[in-house]
Each structure stands twice: as structure tokens, then as C-alpha cells.
Design a protein around this ligand. Structure first.
Ligand code: FES
Length: 271
């Protein structure tokens, strides 16, 4: 039987550098990149504003609390308010302490493998979604400057382990309420949840999983690393969820401390 071949050319999803409307997708594929862009832009605007405020970042002994905003911890600048100063102080820095600190968490998120995928899609449309053409005519990946710098991610990961430990210490300290003793308030819960989410986000990091289980030929010879790797793998599968939850919550923790410190809200003591 003769085989009839079709000569009709079908270009799935258009061509690189062509209009994204050429995609055959019928669903609302643009919702995800637009939502990503909206949340990231909102976070950038808020965190920049909060970092330059240089006030209302601490609720101290006068209010029987010990609550510090995660944007301002560890407070290592000469300008830090009483009660917030970390053991090390850089007295020459008199601008907002947050400007010193935020470089690390923002660098960590900016170079995160998951966020990279998201913001390349949302901001550069490279490509905006699966089966939608890349809006750029050429593609060099992350092999050239400046994107090759994304490889510093693992070093930000090491730095974040220190930051997470300090924020955990802040959360533990918040259970001691000056003048009242041990207790739990909404503020202590906020700082504790914030620290827990940041740990989940950091420990689910791909660099962390690689550190534990990567470069190993035989797991049977590395039982400890295998155990860590097994522990982290389910967390790693939820990395996207932790990335968003921790981002939103860290901003919420700053808002909460700011509102209490400025007298807009009262930090309710549960017991
Ligand atoms: S891959 Fe996202 S924090 Fe490392």
C-alpha cells in the first residue's frame, strides 16, 4: 500500500525570537509569569523601602518584648538601636543596618536555581512558558558574564546557614519577655515560623542536596551522606513552595514588627 506523506510544515510554539502569540497553547499560560513578576516586584519595592527606613525594626524592653525584624538581624552597624546590637559592630557604618544585611539573603534568592527559572521566564520571557517561543533570537545560557556569576549560589548558601542560625536565635530569645518572664506572643510565633520557613527553604536548596549526596559514586561507602541526602530529597521536591512561602513570610515578619514598634499594633500575649 502506498504511503501518503503530508508536506504541511507545522512549527510548534513559533520560532525563537518570534512573537509569543504564535504558540499553539490555548490555556492562560501567561498567568504564571505575570504572577511571578507581580510578587517579585512587590517584594523588591517593599524590601527596598523597609531597608531605607532605619527605624521601627525592634520592639524592646519598654514594651516587654524582644522582637527584631529579620531584615535588620544581625544588627552589626554603629547605628543599631539599644537592645539589637550583635556581638560584632561596624561603627563606621551609620546608614541603615538592613543595607548591610540584605545583600546576603537577596543574593541567595537571586541566584537560586528555582527563582532563576521563574524570573528568566517572567522578566525576560526566555522562554515565558513551556511550548511558548523564547522572545530572544539567540541563547547563550549561563555560560557568559554576567549570568555565569550565578554559580556563586553555593557560597550564598553557606552564608545563609549563618543567617538562619542567627534568626533562629532571635526567635528563641523572643520567648523571654523582659519584665514578664517566659511567654508566647503573636510576635514570638511570627519570628519562629519565619525562622522555620527560612530553614526549610535553605535545606531544600539544590546546592544543599548536592553538598550531601553529590559527587558520590557509591552511597554504601558514605552512609552518613546518604542519610542526609535521603532526608533532604523530599524537602527538595517542595523547594518552590518553600521559596514562595518564606519570601512572603519574611516580608510579613518585618511588617508585623514594624507595626508593633510604631505603636499601630499591640503584640498580643497568648500566655
Ligand atoms: S536552589 Fe533555590 S535556594 Fe538553592
Amino acid at each position: 500500500m502506498a504511503v501518503v506523506e503530508s508536506s504541511t510544515k507545522v512549527v510548534l510554539g513559533g520560532v525563537r525570537g518570534g512573537p509569543v502569540q504564535a504558540t499553539l497553547r490555548q490555556d492562560r499560560w501567561w498567568i504564571q509569569p505575570v504572577a511571578t513578576m507581580s510578587v517579585l516586584v512587590a517584594f523588591i519595592i517593599y524590601s527596598t523601602w523597609a531597608a531605607f527606613q532605619n527605624k521601627y525594626y525592634y520592639v524592646g524592653a519598654t514594651m516587654h518584648r524582644d522582637l527584631i525584624s529579620p531584615f535588620y538581624s544581625p544588627c552589626i552597624a554603629g547605628s543599631c538601636v539599644e537592645g539589637t546590637k550583635a556581638g560584632v559592630a561596624w561603627n563606621y557604618w551609620n546608614l541603615s543596618p538592613a543595607l548591610l544585611i540584605l545583600i546576603f539573603p537577596l543574593g541567595f534568592r537571586l541566584t537560586c536555581y528555582y527563582y532563576r527559572r521563574s524570573y528568566y521566564r517572567a522578566f525576560w520571557w526566555s522562554p515565558p512558558a513551556c511550548a511558548v517561543s523564547d522572545s530572544h533570537a539567540s541563547y547563550s545560557g549561563e555560560t557568559k558574564f554576567p549570568l555565569v556569576m550565578q554559580n556563586v549560589h553555593r557560597y550564598f548558601f553557606y552564608a545563609l546557614l549563618i543567617f538562619n542560625s542567627l534568626l533562629t536565635w532571635d526567635a528563641i530569645q523572643s520567648f523571654y519577655q523582659p519584665g514578664l518572664g517566659l511567654g508566647v506572643s503573636v510576635g514570638t510565633i511570627v519570628l519562629t515560623v519565619n525562622a522555620a520557613l527560612l530553614w526549610c527553604y535553605s535545606l531544600s536548596c539544590h546546592a544543599c542536596r548536592h553538598l550531601c549526596g553529590g559527587g558520590v559514586r557509591n552511597f554504601s561507602e558514605h552512609p552518613l551522606r546518604y542519610r542526609f541526602w535521603k532526608l533532604l530529597t523530599p524537602l527538595n521536591a517542595k523547594h518552590m513552595n518553600f521559596a514562595w512561602a518564606s519570601l512572603v513570610f519574611v516580608a510579613f515578619a518585618d511588617v508585623y514588627v514594624r507595626l508593633v514598634a510604631s505603636g499601630v499594633l499591640t503584640d498580643y500575649r497568648l500566655f
